[in-house]
Write a protein that binds this ligand. Structure first.
Ligand code: ADP
Ligand code: ZN
Length: 516
């Protein structure tokens, strides 16, 4: 072990009171102490702050930390000071600017937290030139990339600022980075490729399951029966939150409380602290819930609709089982979720569309896969996991995979031939030769695709349409009809393949009863 790492371990015990580094903290700290620029990618809660706070106590000069949220900065300030680290913030709400600046110039600060908008201020650059900087730490570094989910133009001013202090090493930190975003961060912040350190994202005690949504209320009731412990259910809208909380409480007799940004602050705070203290409560919430709550024994996290991205899914499901005991993450999705999300893509600014689309495609890949969910997740975060984990729905109960390229061509042709304006029901009738008034009126019973699907194949049409919608080959029009999109043309030309997972028997029968 190098001398530097030796003194780092000593400081870890002395300053922070920790016995050992966690995950890849030691790698990051060693690089920083050696003056090497680094991009640290670690999940939330992995302990990113320590990787600059600790070097800040050992290196000559001040570590300048760029952090986007003032509230988080002040949390960090408190905890750093509690450990005896000399820290300060320069934000619009601080009143001790003069003292802070003097302390910086005098070399009496280990940590100086600033918001990214400072970076473009000449005054700030001048201040920095009057003291000694040990390290630039860029928190939430994905904000520098338009590929990231949270682009902030101010972050673009960081590189020119840091370039003015070219010999100061840089440490970029983020929990959320797909491959594009990562490369972009390295590029934008001038960090060499070998400077990327990716920490373990695996949460082995979480069992992942992703199911098609079908009678959501009943599905959630069964989940609550299986899990008497505390749980979180994420729902897409405030209304859905209220409705589910009420119905689930009535149906199960358990305490089920709502949480969303529209509730009065007292009620929100009350529900949150009741949940944290409880051993059996369920919270139905919008994604506003969970940030910064510390409850290690959450036994399940359910999604009543698709999350925004794999990153969001990972973060939200990551609130389950922090104590290391078995926990479950279940997502209930529908093709309509993807259709809506793809429709909303049109409203996103041009520059971000490509990134948003890639994120949605990646999520569809996770939802649609017949292989190990954990492996898909971990590969997304740049890891090289085993092919199977033994603790996800697909590993525990491998789904039957069906080759459906030919059937997909039939379905896509029928959508095309009928003019890309009809919903699934109509297209299905045409394909299966179930003529009705509308089919006849439009002359669709005379199309070459009329009645070309029968028997077993007919039962696969619905799951196939779902899968095609998830991957974007079928998109929903404004009026709820289906149209070709994504790689539909490649599928039609025989240049892309389609496989789907056969739905379990029970679900098939249900679908049938509804007369779909
Ligand atoms: P992140 O910024 O990656 O989300 P934090 O820096 O907030 O994570 O750290 C999460 C928690 O882990 C904090 O309570 C921190 O004190 C704790 N922690 C960090 N490193 C260690 C360690 N080596 N040993 C024990 N606890 C640690
Ligand atoms: Zn698995």
């Amino acid at each position: 072990m190098s001398d530097a790492l030796e003194s780092a371990r000593e400081a870890l015990r002395r300053v922070f009171g920790f016995e050992a580094f966690r995950g890849r903290q030691a790698n990051v700290v060693a690089r920083v102490l050696a003056g090497q620029s680094t991009l640290a990618i670690m999940p939330t809660g992995a302990g990113k702050s320590l990787t600059y706070q600790l070097p800040a106590t050992l290196l000559e000069g001040t570590c300048v930390v760029i952090s986007p949220l003032i509230a988080l900065m002040h949390d960090q300030l408190r905890s750093a000071r509690a450990n005896g680290i000399r820290a300060a913030t320069l934000t619009s709400v601080d009143e001790d600017w003069r003292e802070t600046q003097d302390a910086f110039r005098a070399g009496e600060l280990d940590l100086l937290y600033v918001a990214p908008e400072r970076a473009s201020q000449p005054h700030f650059r001048e201040l920095l030139s009057q003291g000694r900087i040990a390290l630039f730490a860029v928190d939430e570094a994905h904000c520098v990339s338009e590929w990231g989910h949270d682009f902030r133009p101010d972050y673009r001013m960081l590189a020119p600022l840091m370039d003015a202090f070219a010999d100061v090493p840089r440490l970029a930190l983020t929990a959320t980075a797909d491959e594009h975003t990562r490369k972009d961060i390295l590029h934008q912040l001038g960090i060499p490729e070998e400077g990327m350190v990716v920490a373990g994202f695996d949460r082995p005690n979480i069992r992942y399951a992703i199911r098609h949504r079908q009678g959501l209320q009943g599905q959630l009731e069964r989940l609550l029966e299986e899990h008497p412990g505390p749980g979180i259910i994420y729902a897409p809208t405030r209304r859905k939150v209220e409705e589910l909380a009420e119905k689930l409480a009535a149906a199960t007799g358990r305490t089920v409380l709502p949480y969303h940004a529209g509730l009065p602050p007292e009620r929100r705070a009350g529900n949150q602290s009741a949940f944290v203290a409880s051993e059996d409560m369920v919270v139905v919430a919008t994604i506003a819930f969970g940030m910064g709550i510390d409850k290690p024994d959450v036994r399940f996290v359910a999604h009543a609709g698709i999350p925004k991205s794999i990153e969001a899914y990972y973060q939200e499901t990551g609130r389950a089982g922090r104590d290391g005991d078995p926990a479950q993450a279940v997502m209930f999705w529908s093709a309509g979720d993807f259709a809506q999300a793809r429709q909303r893509l049109g409203e996103v600014e041009e520059a971000r569309q490509q990134g948003e689309r890639a994120r949605l495609d990646a999520l569809a890949g996770l939802v649609e896969t017949s292989t190990c969910r954990r492996a898909v997740l971990l590969r997304h975060f740049g890891e090289d996991p085993p092919e199977t984990c033994g603790n996800c729905d697909n590993c525990l109960d491998p789904p039957q995979v069906v080759e459906a390229t030919e059937l997909a061509r039939k379905l896509l042709s029928a959508v095309y031939r009928t003019g890309q304006t009809y919903g699934f029901g109509h297209v299905q009738k045409v394909l299966t030769g179930a003529s009705d008034e509308r089919v006849e009126q439009r002359g669709h019973d005379r199309l070459s695709v009329f009645g070309i699907v029968e028997g077993e194949e007919a039962r696969l049409l619905q799951p196939l349409a779902r899968a095609l919608q998830a991957r974007g080959a079928l998109v929903q029009t404004e009026h709820g009809g289906l149209a070709l999109g994504g790689d539909a043309r490649d599928i039609l030309k025989g240049e892309a393949e389609v496989t789907i997972t056969r739905p379990p028997e029970r679900q098939q029968r249900r679908g049938g009863r509804k007369g779909r």
